[in-house]
Design a protein around this ligand. Structure first.
Ligand SMILES: *[C@@H]1O[C@H](CO)[C@@H](O)[C@H](O)[C@H]1NC(C)=O
Ligand SMILES: *[C@@H]1O[C@H](CO)[C@@H](O)[C@H](O)[C@H]1NC(C)=O
Ligand SMILES: *[C@@H]1O[C@H](CO)[C@@H](O)[C@H](O)[C@H]1NC(C)=O
Ligand SMILES: *[C@@H]1O[C@H](CO)[C@@H](O)[C@H](O)[C@H]1NC(C)=O
Ligand SMILES: *[C@@H]1O[C@H](CO)[C@@H](O)[C@H](O)[C@H]1NC(C)=O
Ligand SMILES: *[C@@H]1O[C@H](CO)[C@@H](O)[C@H](O)[C@H]1NC(C)=O
Ligand SMILES: *[C@@H]1O[C@H](CO)[C@@H](O)[C@H](O)[C@H]1NC(C)=O
Ligand SMILES: *[C@@H]1O[C@H](CO)[C@@H](O)[C@H](O)[C@H]1NC(C)=O
Ligand SMILES: *[C@@H]1O[C@H](CO)[C@@H](O)[C@H](O)[C@H]1NC(C)=O
Ligand SMILES: *[C@@H]1O[C@H](CO)[C@@H](O)[C@H](O)[C@H]1NC(C)=O
Length: 369
């Protein structure tokens, strides 16, 4: 009897009490390395047996051992919060470029790699840091594609007043060349939570969240960007981008959970029939059972051949991912899942995301037959 009680107490401790204690201010230092496995123009991308998806790609579930990465108190640049990762499969490893904040909440971009998709080793130094006047308060929220062997990273440069979508390139994921803001003179809008009706005010010079289509279609690369509505821009060289000021948005706000804001997630993935599956993040106004202001991740099907500037061909009505866990519902910002990476690896889909603007998690989904 005593043994059973002792065992029960022990199990209870292991199952409930210890994990919840461990979750308080978890730092998750994990594995770090002063050197990075060599990536070059010759490196392979994706696994040889990569299977393109079809729309919709469903069945995402939060990995039960999330978070998989968190702040590291031993390195000041990533000591406060760590979240919002881009992901890509190179040389049979998953690579993450993630946003990390120091104690002054200034963001840098860090690099980590893994051979199983869950257990990551991080590089001790940030790979992109504030260095320019337009990014004094941070280099944030990377998204990455690789085209002709070069990595193209869109990220947000923030100077405390304006967010500006910036470009950087690299061939090894470590050494990045900055090209500065790529969409000057943009006007985005800001949802006005303080007004009783659906209202927006212009946000001059504000741009964010660029997700690039990784193939040239009819001579042009395309990108969907924006931090309230999705807009489109195109380019011939991925460095210089054209857009039309005050253009119509790429996609109307349709679902109840995206009425306040829509923002690109990972770069779109080509489907078996040559369209593109685009994941995105949305913010709702309250109705429909979604917490007011919560960030959820959804999915749309877009057609770059016949509708390169929108609208989407189809959309999934309910989110793929919703804030559910303690790290997601209570954080630096409450009720946030924010995805920026989607890869296929070792027989499943892995979607990497920020949890409550504080930790880094992953959700898995099965491959489609
Ligand atoms: C977690 O960190 C915050 C901010 O540093 C602090 O206020 C809080 O007391 C900490 N919680 C625990 C359980 O240590
Ligand atoms: C790529 O492979 C070629 C042929 O094997 C080799 O000559 C070249 O040095 C490699 N380039 C890099 C950047 O590793
Ligand atoms: C955070 O980083 C910024 C920019 O590098 C630096 O100015 C600031 O002192 C850092 N804060 C801390 C607490 O290290
Ligand atoms: C995680 O990765 C590290 C570094 O590669 C390795 O030493 C460790 O054994 C791995 N742990 C698990 C559980 O796979
Ligand atoms: C970084 O990349 C730039 C541009 O490609 C190159 O000129 C420079 O030599 C590289 N630096 C290192 C340390 O590899
Ligand atoms: C922004 O627009 C103004 C007015 O049209 C123009 O004078 C300025 O050169 C533009 N700046 C850029 C960076 O395109
Ligand atoms: C942008 O549009 C202008 C005018 O149509 C064109 O001359 C230019 O080549 C375009 N630039 C890019 C990078 O596509
Ligand atoms: C990549 O290579 C293709 C095929 O050679 C070419 O059409 C395209 O312009 C290249 N893209 C970039 C950004 O260099
Ligand atoms: C490329 O962008 C320009 C500027 O916004 C626009 O006028 C044009 O229609 C776009 N072309 C395509 C094919 O998206
Ligand atoms: C693809 O190959 C990897 C090993 O390279 C394996 O782990 C994975 O299960 C394979 N995927 C499928 C769908 O067979």
């Amino acid at each position: 009897m005593a043994t059973i009680i002792r065992t029960t107490v022990l199990l209870c401790l292991l199952q409930f009490i210890l994990p919840s204690l461990a979750k308080q201010n978890r730092t998750l230092t994990g594995y770090t390395s002063d050197t990075v496995p060599k990536v070059s123009l010759n490196s392979t991308q994706n696994e040889p047996n990569y299977t393109a998806p079809y729309f919709p790609l469903l069945g995402f579930k939060q990995y039960p051992n999330n978070p998989i990465l968190g702040p590291n108190k031993k390195a000041s640049w990533e000591s406060a919060y760590l979240y919002n990762p881009a992901s890509i499969v190179i040389d049979n490893k998953v690579w993450l470029l993630y946003r990390a904040q120091n104690e002054s909440l200034v963001s840098s971009i860090g690099l980590a790699w893994s051979t199983d998709g869950f257990n990551f080793t991080r590089y001790t130094k940030p790979v992109v840091q504030p260095s320019e006047p337009y990014e004094t308060k941070g280099t944030e929220d990377p998204r990455v594609v690789r085209i002709n062997g070069t990595f193209y990273m869109t990220y947000t440069g923030y100077d405390g007043t304006l967010a500006k979508l910036c470009m950087a390139t690299s061939t090894d994921l470590v050494n990045w060349t900055k090209y500065g803001p790529i969409l000057p003179n943009i006007t985005d809008v800001n949802y006005r939570w303080d007004l009783p009706i659906n209202a927006y005010t212009a946000r001059e010079g504000w741009s964010k969240s660029g997700a690039i289509i990784m193939e040239k279609i009819n001579g042009l690369y395309q990108m969907q960007f924006g931090d309230n509505w999705l807009y489109s821009a195109n380019s011939t060289d991925l460095i210089h981008w054209n857009y039309t000021r005050n253009d119509l948005p790429f996609a109307a706000k349709l679902n109840v959970w995206e009425q306040a804001l829509m923002e690109s997630a990972a770069p779109p993935v080509k489907t078996r029939d040559g369209k593109w599956l685009k994941i995105y993040n949305g913010v709702g106004l309250g109705p429909g059972g979604y917490v007011t202001g919560s960030y959820n991740t959804g999915q749309m099907l877009i057609d770059m051949q016949d509708a390169p500037r929108g609208p989407p061909v189809a959309r999934v009505e309910t989110p793929l991912l919703q804030p559910l866990t303690a790290e997601e519902t209570k954080g630096q910002v409450d009720n946030v899942v924010f995805s920026e990476g989607l890869v296929q690896f070792r027989g499943q889909w892995l979607m990497y995301f920020g949890q409550g603007d504080q930790y880094l998690g992953v959700a898995t989904a099965p491959l489609q037959p």
